[in-house]
Design a binder for this molecule. Structure first.
Ligand SMILES: [Cu+2]
Length: 209
């Protein structure tokens, strides 16, 4: 985990240009808390695989998960593939019929989008850090750069969630309660704790292994 910290800094440099002024909408992360829910569930997953020895580690790093985005009306508006790598989780998403503009794009802590998108909880934050790339006290494992949807409403993106894993350790997306990808109405300002002031959730996708 320590080795990924320097990579984080590099990513931050790349993405600061994408920051836009916050939209003054209600925050999304009402259940974010101080990361109290992430740790214990993930360790249970770890122990389950412990008896199998180390040979499974590399195979697990190459695992793939998928997610399908639903809009607020329940319509399908895109899909994503998530690939576990030795350096984090590569998130490749194809979005369609999204409202043009800047939107917060995060990994949230619970693998549920129903009965509404608040079921996905707050940002995935197993280490209990602050929110945002501008926060010197760290950033959430689930923090990702904003997306910028063109007038067509279609966008293909590829992000490395460099602090996350698919199934190994404390930062595993596929822990007992899973995780989801959530898109917000407005952009993440990368500093407002705990959710980035991106406002309402306009799309949600449960990550399925
Ligand atoms: Cu969010």
């Amino acid at each position: 985990m320590k080795a990924t910290r320097s990579a984080t800094r590099t990513l931050l440099g790349l993405f600061t240009a994408a920051a836009l002024p916050a939209l003054a909408l209600s925050a999304c992360g009402n259940a974010d808390g101080a990361g109290s829910s992430g740790g214990s569930g993930a360790s249970a997953t770890d122990r389950g695989g412990g008896a199998g020895g180390q040979g499974s580690a590399q195979a697990a790093a190459l695992d793939t998960a998928r997610a399908t985005f639903a809009g607020t009306g329940g319509q399908q508006i895109g899909s994503a593939t998530l690939i576990g790598t030795p350096h984090g989780v590569l998130v490749h998403a194809d979005l369609e019929d999204f409202p043009p503009g800047t939107h917060g794009f995060h990994l949230h802590e619970t693998g549920s989008c129903s009965p509404d998108f608040t079921a996905s909880g707050g940002h995935f934050n197993p280490h209990g850090t602050g929110h945002g790339f501008f926060d010197p006290k760290g950033r959430h494992v689930g923090d990702l750069p904003n997306i910028h949807v063109p007038e067509s409403g279609s966008l293909e993106i590829e992000y490395l969630a460099d602090l996350a894993t698919l199934g190994e350790g404390e930062a595993a997306l596929l822990d007992d309660d899973g995780a989801a990808i959530v898109v917000h109405q407005g952009g993440d300002d990368y500093r407002t704790d705990p959710a980035g002031a991106g406002g309402e959730r306009i799309a949600c996708a449960v990550i399925r292994g």
